[in-house]
Design a binder for this molecule. Structure first.
Ligand code: ADP
Length: 481
């Protein structure tokens, strides 16, 4: 495993003279000590990306796509090893980490299939004598900043379409989980992606971000992370008028309609809620269940949640791994305490489970009943394995409560299909699973509205984020034969 940064196809040290540790959240053991990159390395990465840009952009789409396909195949072949890296630094169960690696490889394959996005279009501009052509072009050097909860998939989701479009990339993974990004960089290099086309640095996040946003050669920022940091980066991006895609926090509602198949809704809730210990931006945070079935749903969900094995991600029996750090545990505890104090009823879970010789970071799958919108857990993302349930009398109430949030990333509706689809269309969010607990997919558009951001990742929508359109208005020169 490499323990340095990828700049211009070479493995480099940091520039700040300091180092930082990457820890296994399940044991607190230091798994790597990496050189801390700062402004100088960030700029060196842009130098490399900028130099690599003309040749990479000039390659035929198919040649670029071929590199991405080769990387996808290499990723699939190395699925177990890569999953072990993901689990080690972010804590999720190995089976989920393998799923994440497959998901990342899908982004490479999906991007490699989007050649039609790069076709120029001859169109009617209603200008007699003018041949009108819209030409898609790569935006240029792209900065991508990714979070710790899907350390390899989030990078692939951004780097793959950027590279397919003909852009070059400077990437900064989260300092909690840089090893997956380093492995991704190595894999891309081995797949033939030329030196400088993808560069990876991390360390002093604010210094790196500031260097990239001040650099006029950077033409695009794609960010996944908190709304707070996203806002700050957008302000910085204004200076050089850098185009942005922002995938920020979520606060998904999970609506269960009258007439829903309760066991199916419970299975859906279980899959959507407890994946990655509740640390995904599309995790349901508010369960709005029709009054006629709220009791049965809550009881069955609690029974099933109590059965989920809590433990280190490396244990094959584990379904719920540790939270990423102690701060995350504090936040989840605080949300549970607030809900209980405001009248919620604890049905199952409620605190961490103490495991011998392990840090106090394993939160039990928790189900809370009698919740209401005044509770913290109904107002912001918990990012933990807590399912707060509120009974509602009609679907219109569920929609109103769901849409009252300033966030709008994902939503779920379980129930009779036609009615569920009708309700789904009323939700103010970017992605809705209708009787489907895992709606995201590398071939589908993913992204939010309101405070959850803008821009879409996946499929042709994803590649469009890295293209700009040049309009050619061509009039024949008089007298030209
Ligand atoms: P989370 O709450 O998921 O950790 P953050 O928004 O804090 O989300 O982090 C997401 C990504 O943004 C990480 O890679 C992190 O290092 C990076 N980041 C945080 N602060 C800054 C900053 N000031 N400038 C650039 N990147 C930042």
């Amino acid at each position: 495993m490499r323990d340095r940064w990828l700049i211009n196809g070479a493995w480099c040290d940091g520039d700040t003279g300091s180092t930082f540790d990457v820890r296994d959240p399940a044991s607190d053991a230091i798994v790597a000590t990496l050189p801390c990159a700062g402004e100088k390395q960030a700029t060196a990465a842009v130098d490399a990306a900028s130099r690599a840009l003309p040749a990479w952009a000039a390659l035929p789409f198919d040649t670029r796509a071929e590199h991405l396909r080769r990387a996808a195949d290499a990723m699939t072949a190395a699925q177990r090893e890569l999953a072990a890296v993901v689990t080690q630094e972010c804590g999720k169960p190995l089976a989920e980490a393998e799923g994440e690696v497959r998901y990342a490889a899908d982004y490479l394959r999906s991007a490699a299939e989007q050649s039609q996005a790069l076709q120029q279009e001859v169109f009617d501009a209603r200008r007699p004598g003018v041949r009108a052509i819209a030409v898609p072009e790569p935006v240029g050097v792209c900065a991508v900043i990714t979070p710790w909860n899907f350390p390899i998939a989030m990078l692939a989701r951004k780097a793959a379409p950027a590279l397919a479009a003909g852009c070059t990339v400077v990437a900064k993974p989260a300092e909690e989980t840089p090893l997956s990004a380093i492995a991704f960089g190595e894999l891309m290099l081995q797949a033939g992606v030329p030196a400088g086309a993808l560069n990876v640095v991390a360390g002093d996040a604010p210094a790196i971000g500031a260097a990239w946003l001040a650099d006029p050669r950077v033409r695009k920022l794609s960010f996944t992370g908190s709304t707070e940091v996203g806002r700050m980066l957008m302000r910085g991006a204004a200076e050089q008028v850098i185009r942005c895609s922002m995938e920020l926090g979520g606060h998904a509602a999970f609506i269960v309609l009258e007439g829903a198949d309760v066991p199916a809704a419970v299975q859906g809730a279980l899959a959507a809620k407890f994946r990655n210990a509740g640390q995904t931006c599309i995790c349901p945070n508010r369960f709005l269940v029709h009054r006629s079935i709220a009791g049965a749903f809550t009881a069955q969900l609690a029974l099933a949640a109590a059965d989920l094995m809590v433990g280190p991600g490396t244990d094959p029996a584990t379904r719920v791994g540790p939270l990423i750090n102690d701060e995350a545990v504090r936040k989840v505890r605080n949300h549970v305490a607030d809900a209980l104090q405001r009248g919620a009823r604890l049905v199952v879970g409620g605190d961490t489970r103490r495991l011998p010789n392990r840090p106090d970071r394993f939160f039990e799958p928790t189900v809370l009943a009698d919740c209401h919108p005044e509770m913290l857990c109904f107002q912001e993302e918990t990012f933990g394995p807590v399912a707060p349930v509120m009974a509602v009398s009609q679907s219109a109430d569920a929609v109103r409560i769901a849409n009252a949030s300033p966030w709008g990333l994902a939503g779920y509706v379980f129930g009779p299909t036609a009615e569920a689809e009708r309700v789904a269309r009323q939700l103010a969010c970017g992605v809705v699973g209708v009787n489907e607990p895992a709606p995201s997919n590398a071939y589908a558009p993913f992204g939010g509205v309101k405070w959850s951001g803008f821009g879409r990742e996946g499929g042709h929508w994803g590649i469009g984020e890295y293209l700009t359109t040049k309009y050619l208005a061509v009039r024949e020169q008089a007298g030209t034969p």
